[in-house]
Design a protein around this ligand. Structure first.
Ligand code: PLP
Length: 404
């Protein structure tokens, strides 16, 4: 019997998240007994050698055991807000505890920001290729995401002419992801000054600085956007997921840098929204606090391991016909160009065939932007060197086979 289906909302039906969507065929192959090397997801815990540090796990466990299992204040545990503010002050802007709002990850912070700032017809101007939620969520509030170009021929640098051309009074949020996902580029001080100079011309515009990968900068150029803005309001985003290696804890924060006090109404809206969703996970906040308040030299060895893996990928790609990559400055992603025309014009087919024939899972570039990401694939280089070597052997074999 065919039953009438109750309709799904257009909002939900149009959501796509390429990074997890490709997992569906991979899971099917696994259920048939195949072993898949997965380099699709930016989760350090999914790879060996990058565990959440013990002192953070211990603090989380202690919180559970000592009864810290209740709701906590909606804006975050005060000690954690204070510690994050201190950390942001070290990065160069005058954050106070009251400027920090703890969320269930940067992902929830984004939803709160969009809900608090966007009306029908508004525009979010975000980098393309982009991290998918920047495109998926604004439309839920009747707004639209426009992409500004990252330059594929120039280490994915920001295309300022394109940003300038796309700015208007409708652009409420101008996004910088730094270091960038999916391209791994790092914007330095000069880039940030230029971005702020553009934003400054548009009084309704707030800059979103997604700095969740700031501890994985291999260029030494990374600078906090808020620290360079004496006037333009900035939402600072960061958290425990990437550089504290605990993405499953779902803890991040939104910092509000508002030197000219133009966000009082928006801040009130953000606080209302935060109160209405109660609070972020209490024990996970205490785990994060332990990470912030303890010695962080352990991070250096993690970053070194990741940098070695990056170097290996760059070397291997150089010697494989059919692949090209721009130098990558940070995070743990590579956005690799498929130079064979057949695959350049169909990156999703490349990903699916590679998965079926060689059991390697990466994400098609067009999943990060049909226009600006096409012809590429994103590889997460968190796996160990021997796994990465094996992956490039398989990709090489695959490309060679399909060239004949
Ligand atoms: C640029 C960027 N922002 C935010 C997130 C998600 O952050 P969270 O785990 O804090 O929600 C990711 C995860 O991959 C990301 O790449």
């Amino acid at each position: 019997m065919v039953r009438n289906q109750i309709p799904v909302s257009k909002r939900a039906a149009s959501i796509e998240y390429a990074i997890r969507d490709v997992v569906v065929p991979a899971t099917k192959l696994e259920s048939e007994g195949h072993e898949i090397i997965k380099l699709n997801i930016g989760d350090p815990i999914a790879y060996p050698g990058l565990p959440t540090p013990k002192h953070m796990v211990d603090a989380y466990v202690k919180a559970l055991q000592t009864g810290n299992n209740g709701y906590s204040p909606s804006y975050g545990i005060p000690e954690l807000r204070a510690s994050i503010a201190q950390d942001e002050r070290r990065k160069g802007w005058s954050a106070s505890q009251d400027d920090i709002y703890v969320c269930h990850g940067v992902t929830e912070a984004l939803q709160i920001i969009f809900a608090a700032t966007l009306e029908e017809g508004d525009i979010v101007l975000a980098p393309g290729p982009h991290y998918p939620p920047y495109l998926a969520y604004p439309q839920m509030f009747g707004a639209e995401t426009l992409e500004y170009k990252l330059r594929p021929d120039n280490a994915w640098a920001l295309d300022f002419d394109d940003i300038e051309a796309k700015m208007s009074d409708d652009v409420k949020l101008l996004v910088l992801i730094n270091p960038n996902n999916p391209c791994g580029a790092v914007a330095g001080k000069d880039d940030i000054f230029r971005l702020l100079a553009i934003a400054r011309k548009w009084p309704n515009c707030i800059v979103i600085a997604d700095e969740i990968y700031d501890g994985l900068d291999f260029t030494g150029e990374h600078t906090s956007v808020a620290s360079l803005s004496p006037d333009v309001p900035v939402f600072v985003l960061n958290g425990v997921s990437k550089v504290f290696y605990a993405p499953g804890w779902r803890i991040g924060y939104l910092g509000i840098h508002d030197p000219k006090r133009r966000l009082d109404l928006v801040r009130d809206g953000i606080e209302r929204l935060l109160r209405s969703r109660l609070c972020a996970s209490t024990p996970a906040q205490l785990g994060y606090l332990a990470g912030l308040d303890s010695d962080r030299t352990w991070m250096n060895s993690y970053a070194k391991k990741i940098a070695r893996q990056r170097d290996l990928c760059v070397d291997r790609i150089k010697s494989i016909e059919g692949l090209e990559v721009q130098s990558t400055g940070g995070a743990f992603y590579m956005f690799i160009k498929l130079t064979d025309e057949k695959w350049f014009n169909n990156d999703k087919e490349f990903v699916l065939q590679l998965l079926h024939e060689e059991h390697v899972l990466v994400v098609h570039g067009s999943g990060f932007s049909p226009e600006l990401g096409a012809g590429h694939f994103r590889l997460v280089y968190l796996a160990d060197l021997d796994i990465l070597n094996e992956v490039f052997d398989r990709i090489d074999r695959f490309l060679t086979k399909h060239r004949q």
